[in-house]
Design a protein around this ligand. Structure first.
Ligand SMILES: Cc1cc2nc3c(=O)[nH]c(=O)nc-3n(C[C@H](O)[C@H](O)[C@H](O)COP(=O)(O)OP(=O)(O)OC[C@H]3O[C@@H](n4cnc5c(N)ncnc54)[C@H](O)[C@@H]3O)c2cc1C
Length: 460
């Protein structure tokens, strides 16, 4: 097995060719975009569509961070409907849900219109209970969707209906979100980068932004972009940007990939392309690939200290090995089949656990973070919002109630890392015991439950 930060997806996509030139000297633009993941690239795309001049400044290579390494689940936000309703009321929750759903469709439409083959597959998303302790998953979302008149967006499935879609021996009941799809994530990110460059958007790579000058642009070691507006789209690294320090935590998620196993997929009856997660807080997520592999992720990796995004946040043999074992628990037919690749990456989490979008008080610097492992679909929506904010427009995007709602604050380091790591360890222990049908001890339950008692959410 090859375990590296670089994902199999990036290899399969064939890389991006030669890196773009670094930023050198002075460049002028209407908007400087910091970060070339989905958020920055979508924001740049929507800005270019509106006729603005844009400069994307990327620390490494566009799409080589989480945007080129994720599971490729393009989720709508209907499962979050109860939380959205509690924060924004019925109309606000529906507006966000509809916008997120439209983003899923817009990604597919963009790929078709721009000749990008990102393996878009509309198989929907299945969230299943994989142990008695996980039963009831999604019941509140099903109820809320029915109450708000969108019952067809979150549908309850009985165990036999789950088994018809994927016959894992550990699956129980679940819920079904038909609007979700999957993509080959690196093909999407690199396709966006390529189409932006083709249409004349300036993209600078290997150019870490060192300073954001509110109202004047951004600076790297060798150059600067003079721009009245800045879009901060640097993912987990935003935890180190002074205005956003203390607003987000960075956890990690790892994926393992099997050799092609079309026979196993066929026997499971998992031929509809469904993106599947279980109902753990430190969830497992899994999907099939075009060449008949199973890609399986586990959000049980370590917390980053501050914004240190490298090291075991990306390459953690113990977490990759555990993910491989968990995969075989869910699909015993994979015993003895090879895991060929593993990789990992950072996950940006806001205390609210919701996508956090807004502007600094100057209204010249705009940001998006807090995807909490669900950014593939919502980043397209975030790109619209960020573009509108940077264009000083007040429109359907900026009117969404998530804009400017704030995401809360996290405890300072090293308290955040020490406390968060203890909670994560307890959650790992608790969920492993529950899967074996054992009751966790009192200390484990107490520590794992601490965040909830303190009004903080860890994991799902
Ligand atoms: C293993 C894994 C699996 C995941 N699975 C899923 C999934 O199935 N579905 C889903 O919806 N989400 C998933 N996610 C989350 C998803 O990948 C992210 O939410 C999404 O990619 C966020 O995009 P982004 O552009 O905001 O951030 P990133 O992709 O992190 O991009 C930020 C970019 O900013 C750059 N940058 C950082 N600092 C600087 C600086 N100082 N100057 C310039 N540039 C800088 C980085 O190099 C990076 O390229 C997963 C994440 C991981 C790690």
């Amino acid at each position: 097995m090859r375990h590296a930060a670089r994902s199999w997806w990036l290899d399969e996509a064939g890389g991006a060719g030669a890196p773009a030139a670094p930023l050198e000297g002075d460049v002028a633009a209407d908007v400087a975009v910091v970060g070339g993941g989905y958020t920055g690239l979508w924001a740049a795309w929507h800005l270019a569509e509106a006729g603005a001049s844009v400069a994307v400044v990327e620390a490494g290579l566009c799409g080589h961070g989480p945007s080129g390494r994720n599971g490729g689940f393009v989720e709508d936000m209907w499962l979050s409907l109860p939380a959205l309703r509690a924060r924004f009321g019925d109309a606000g929750a529906l507006a966000v849900g509809r916008a997120a759903e439209a983003s899923v469709a817009a990604i597919g439409a963009w790929c078709t219109a721009n000749g990008v083959d990102a393996w878009v597959r509309g198989g929907g998303q299945l969230v299943v209970s994989a142990a008695p302790a996980q039963d009831g998953i999604g019941a509140d979302a099903v109820r809320t969707a029915a109450e708000l008149g969108v019952a067809d967006r979150v549908v309850a499935l009985a165990p036999e209906e789950v088994a018809e879609r994927c016959a894992s021996p550990v699956f129980r009941a679940g819920v079904w979100m038909p609007g979700a799809c999957t993509v080959q994530p690196a093909r999407l990110a690199l396709g966006l980068r390529a189409r932006l460059i083709e249409r004349g958007v300036r993209v600078f790579e290997r150019s870490p932004v060192r300073r954001v000058v509110d109202g004047a642009g951004v600076e790297t070691a060798c150059g600067r972009v003079r721009a009245p507006h800045v879009v901060l789209a640097a993912g987990g690294a935003l935890a180190a940007f002074p205005p956003l320090r203390g607003r987000l935590t960075v956890a990690s998620s790892h994926m393992v990939l099997t050799e092609p196993v079309p026979d196993v997929i066929e026997r499971l009856g998992w031929t509809g392309g469904e993106a599947i997660t279980d109902a753990r807080r430190l969830l497992h997520y899994f999907r099939t690939t075009r060449d008949g592999r199973i890609a399986f992720g586990w959000a049980g990796g370590r917390l980053a200290m501050g914004a240190r995004l490298r090291g075991r946040v990306e390459v953690d043999p113990a977490v990759a090995a555990a993910a491989g074992e968990h995969l075989v628990r869910i699909f015993p037919a994979l015993r003895g089949r090879a895991i060929t690749h593993a990789w990992g990456g950072p996950i940006d989490i806001a205390p609210s656990r919701e996508l956090t979008l807004g502007s600094l008080p100057s209204e010249r610097v705009h940001f998006a973070y807090g995807y909490t492992g669900n950014g593939v679909g919502p980043s397209q929506l975030a790109g619209h919002v960020l573009a509108s904010l940077a264009l000083e427009r007040r429109d359907e995007w900026t009117a969404l109630p998530i804009v400017g709602a704030g995401g809360g604050r996290v405890p300072p380091e090293p308290l955040r890392w020490a406390g968060g790591s203890a909670v994560l360890a307890a959650l790992r222990r608790k969920e492993a015991l529950e899967e074996r049908g054992e009751r966790p001890d009192g200390v484990t339950r107490f520590v794992a439950g601490l965040p909830r008692r303190l009004g903080i959410t860890v994991g799902r």
